[in-house]
Design a binder for this molecule. Structure first.
Ligand code: PLP
Length: 408
């Protein structure tokens, strides 16, 4: 069996998996407790450089903070990318604490409250408007504060993207304004004297198919240029979304970036630049930048055999890493890549079921996985924990302590 590409990307120090060059047993001692999340800053840096080497230089890279909002991670990412996308006032606060200029922060998401909108307007970030009502509220709050809000319009496209783990555009959606309603709304926005910058389309997440993503890019650019032509004011910002996926499961192949880079370069040269020569073109990524750089480590606290099946019970669980249990939007439960992190060289493998410490059968982290023979005290590491991990998990469920999070 070939080693999963994400496991292969981490080095081992003798028998021990290493994160950021620090062996996991030593890291556990440094942290003082398990379970914990550890993120490798060099892997994040390398991923941004790699993406930049493939995408044309005109693309402004944004980090989608909801993937991993740990302040140290956001601080690190802020130094690498050209801007950040936030989806709440809390995320906005974390980014505003970094050197990122407010102009390069965009705030998207349905259901922004009046309080959040006021904070965003006062901060001077770009608000990605998701409805006509929201536009109206932004006008009112801008008037009250005496500040001209900076806005862009999130468009719900008239096409859908196949093959995405989560679809967030096309058909009826809570996200964005339907493409056919955009021209009318634009007239109102310009009449109300909002500082209108441009458009945003984010149609789907976790896509591993370069051909489908290229087609989505083509349709996105075609639609946005058509809307730009009909805009009563100059368009200076186009956010083309992202949606690049990472290989979670054994059968997943990593995304082939080369055709995507070529396609986007062609779109810029032949479609965008001739019509909008000075427009800032943004693409936004969350999991692609940080997902593979993070691990979730827990310790085996029990080993038991029930009717022929061997269970390893760890001190972590779905309350910290919900996605690995298959309960974060997945249709079919599949195992995330995992290892016994202090027995990387072991040759005596066995098939086990790894469960968390919660009193529910949902808390299964690895179902019939082949691992080095593990005993109480050994460390189980789950990969692909750098995005949608801790903050996408029900940490209050069963009242266990919060895990540590470290950036190494
Ligand atoms: C969640 C989200 C992203 C990031 O998605 P990833 O799959 O993590 O890359 C980007 N843009 C918007 C608008 C989002 O809501």
């Amino acid at each position: 069996m070939s080693v999963h590409p994400t496991i292969a990307a981490f080095t081992a120090d003798g028998n021990c998996l290493a994160v950021g060059g620090v062996p996991i047993d030593r890291l556990a001692e440094r942290i003082g407790s398990t379970p914990f999340f550890a993120y490798d800053r060099r892997m994040m840096t390398d991923r941004v450089s790699y993406l930049r080497s493939i995408l044309p230089p005109e693309i402004h890279l944004h980090y989608a903070v909801k993937a991993n909002p740990m302040p140290a991670v956001v601080q690190h990412m802020a130094g690498l990318v050209d801007g950040c996308d936030v989806a709440s006032a809390m995320e906005m606060k974390v980014v505003l604490d970094t050197p990122t200029s407010p102009e390069h922060i965009s705030f998207a998401g349905p259901g922004k409250t009046a309080g959040e909108l006021a904070q965003a307007i006062a901060a001077g970030v770009t608000i990605e408007m998701e409805s006509a009502n929201e536009a109206q509220r932004i006008v009112e709050i801008g008037n009250r504060l005496g500040i001209r809000p900076r806005v862009a319009l999130r468009v719900n496209p008239d096409f859908q993207i196949k093959g995405s783990g989560m679809r967030m555009g096309g058909g009826p959606q809570q996200f964005g304004v339907d493409a056919d309603q955009v021209p009318d709304l634009l007239k109102q926005i310009v009449a109300a004297d909002l500082e209108f910058l441009g458009f945003h389309i984010f149609a789907g997440s976790q896509n591993l198919h370069a051909d489908i993503l290229c087609e989505a890019q083509n349709k996105t650019v075609e639609l946005l240029l058509d809307l730009a032509d009909r805009s009563p004011s100059q368009v200076s910002y186009l956010n083309l979304g992202g949606g690049f996926g990472i290989p979670y499961f054994d059968k997943d192949r990593p995304l082939d970036l080369a055709p995507l880079g070529e396609n986007i370069a062609k779109l810029i040269d032949t479609a965008i630049r001739p019509r909008l020569p000075h427009c800032r073109v943004v693409m936004e990524f969350g999991r692609y930048l940080v997902g593979e750089a993070g691990i979730y480590a827990s310790r085996v606290i029990d080993r038991k055999v029930s009717r022929g099946r061997t269970y390893l019970v760890v001190d972590g669980g779905l309350h910290h890493q919900l996605a690995a249990s298959g309960n974060f939007g997945q249709v079919i439960r599949r195992n995330y890549p995992m290892v016994v992190a202090n027995k990387m060289d072991a040759t005596d493998l066995e098939t086990v079921t790894v469960v968390g410490c919660l009193c529910t059968p949902l808390d299964t982290l690895g179902d019939n996985v082949s691992l080095a023979r593990a005993d109480v005290g050994d460390m189980i590491v789950l990969f692909q924990a750098g995005a949608y991990g801790l903050t996408a998990s029900p940490t209050a469920f069963l009242g266990h302590p919060m895990p540590a999070e470290v950036l190494v």
